[in-house]
Design a protein around this ligand. Structure first.
Ligand code: GLN
Length: 202
């Protein structure tokens, strides 16, 4: 694979622009993915934060759910933040009627898990694989990981609550690494997950 991998951002709903900006900063060639041909052309994909019920519905409306599941099963690296974490969950609690996930990570995720009083908050987190000072995590109506299977690496906890995981090439965060000025989670995804080694930066 080239030193600058092509990374897609699923661009049906959510904070697409913020992910595009971060991925560009860390040296990826970025494509917004709305159709099957665009999905076929990427080396890795970001599922953005947003509203998982809407993204699910649009994935099915645009006939992308099946092909996306096929790519995940075939090993395409994916970073899911917040709603994206929900979409990567094999098992989902507090799901909306009929809501589906893409799946791929052997975990149970609970939507809107932090309750109304703390709809939105920020916290400094140690994230395994991300060197340097703590990552500043922005949580917005965030999910939490309730349980994980044996193949899943827990990368970060907030107290006892799991807020970042990795399962093979699939990386998911309950917070939004695309918000705020810290590009280290995207760098970690692109360098160690998508191309498997430190990238040659532009
Ligand atoms: N609560 C939202 C959902 O269920 C996720 C929130 C977010 O991505 N900021 O999709």
């Amino acid at each position: 694979m080239a030193a600058s991998p092509t990374v897609g951002v699923l661009a049906l709903q959510g904070d697409v622009v913020e992910h595009v900006r971060m991925l560009t900063t860390v040296g990826a060639t970025v494509v917004e993915v709305r159709r099957e041909a665009e999905l076929a052309a990427v080396d890795g994909l970001v599922l953005p934060g947003g509203e998982s019920t809407t993204i699910d519905r649009l994935l099915r409306t645009f006939d992308l759910m099946g092909v996306l599941r096929d790519r995940v099963v075939a090993g395409m690296p994916v970073l899911g933040s917040c709603a994206g974490m929900i979409l990567l969950a094999d098992r989902l609690l507090d799901r909306a009627p009929g809501q589906q996930t893409v799946g791929g990570i052997d975990m149970t995720v609970e939507r809107n898990a932090f309750g109304r009083q703390v709809d939105s908050f920020e916290a400094d987190l140690d994230v395994a694989g991300v060197d340097g000072p703590p990552v500043h995590g922005v949580f917005i109506r965030a999910p939490r990981v309730v349980d994980v299977g044996s193949g899943v690496e827990v990368l970060s906890r907030l107290g006892d609550t799991i807020v970042a995981v990795r399962h093979g090439g699939l990386l998911a965060t309950a917070f939004h690494p695309e918000l705020g000025g810290d590009d280290r989670v995207h760098r970690f995804f692109v360098e160690s997950v998508v191309i498997g080694r430190p990238a040659t930066m532009p």
